[in-house]
Write a protein that binds this ligand. Structure first.
Ligand SMILES: [Zn+2]
Length: 275
């Protein structure tokens, strides 16, 4: 079964004929993404009436499981780069119409290793959607993808739980400092800063952790303990101003326990902070 909800939602788009033809998937677990994309390939191609991921009855699922489906190509970097000749091979291979399936599909692992010349070759077939070619580019960080490619992709985030690479405490702490720095030191843009948080698509537990950290910073400040260097200007706040903040954060943590709209909650938090 497809584990990640962003990838699962592609099934619906496929059935509605609304699928983009090239996706850039940012993830904290490339192996799991690869498994999910292969599940997606099985599900859209399966010839059984009711697909289930254990399908062993149909030939297409079997071919996908054994990585022998002719219309599926999985590409890994050749050494330190995805090379121009790899992209040319792919382009030539996909000159023919898909065999057995609706789409020719490629999966590009470590897409950040595309260089200018291989990306250039790739652009030529990315931009021919009429050819029924579907691409999945997988990366740990979309910011490292060459711009000409990224700008043509639909970007999806596929994060997996139980992976300590990304949303560990250090990362949430770093995010907390960045967010507070913008809200309390930069100040200019107000609720626009909520994008810092929203872009991370945090789970509720992570958001609670983040606000707990914010609370700790204000409490430390109130108690004249050491606070992070970037936030030193908080020391100028009066006792009363700090208490107001502590109450507001407590209220926000309380509200997080309910299933409420995160965008609205964060907006409320920022606007109250400014009052
Ligand atoms: Zn099947």
């Amino acid at each position: 079964m497809i584990q990640n909800s962003s990838i699962r939602s592609l099934i619906k788009k496929y059935s509605e004929n609304k699928l983009s033809h090239v996706f850039l998937i940012e993830t904290n677990d490339k192996q799991k993404v690869l498994e999910d994309v292969l599940e997606f390939v099985k599900e859209i191609n399966c010839t059984e009436n009711n697909f289930n991921s254990e399908c062993t009855r149909c030939n297409l699922c079997h071919l996908t499981d054994t990585l022998a489906l002719p219309s599926l190509k999985i590409i890994y970097p050749d050494g330190q780069a995805i090379k121009k000749n790899q992209m040319e091979e792919l382009k030539n291979y996909f000159l023919s119409i898909p065999y057995l399936t609706k789409y020719n599909i490629y999966i590009l692992n470590d897409a950040e290793k595309l260089n200018a010349s291989s990306a250039n070759t790739m652009l030529k077939f990315i931009e021919e959607p009429e050819k029924n070619i579907l691409g999945f580019l997988i990366t740990n960080n979309k910011e490292n993808i060459i711009h000409t490619i990224k700008s043509r992709c639909e970007v999806i985030k596929a994060y997996y739980e139980n992976n300590n690479n990304l949303l560990n405490h250090q990362n949430i702490w770093d995010l907390t400092i960045k967010y507070l720095y913008n809200l309390e030191v930069e100040k200019e843009l107000s609720i626009v800063y909520n994008k810092i948080i929203l872009d991370e698509q945090l789970e509720k537990e992570d958001l609670q952790q983040l606000f707990q950290y914010i609370l700790n910073v204000y409490l430390d400040c109130l108690n004249q303990k050491e606070i992070p260097e970037k936030l030193k200007s908080l020391n100028h706040y009066s006792h009363q101003e700090l208490l107001k903040r502590i109450n507001l954060v407590n209220e926000t943590i309380e509200r997080l326990n309910y299933n409420i709209n995160i965008n609205l909650l964060l907006d409320y938090f920022v606007l109250s902070l400014e009052d």
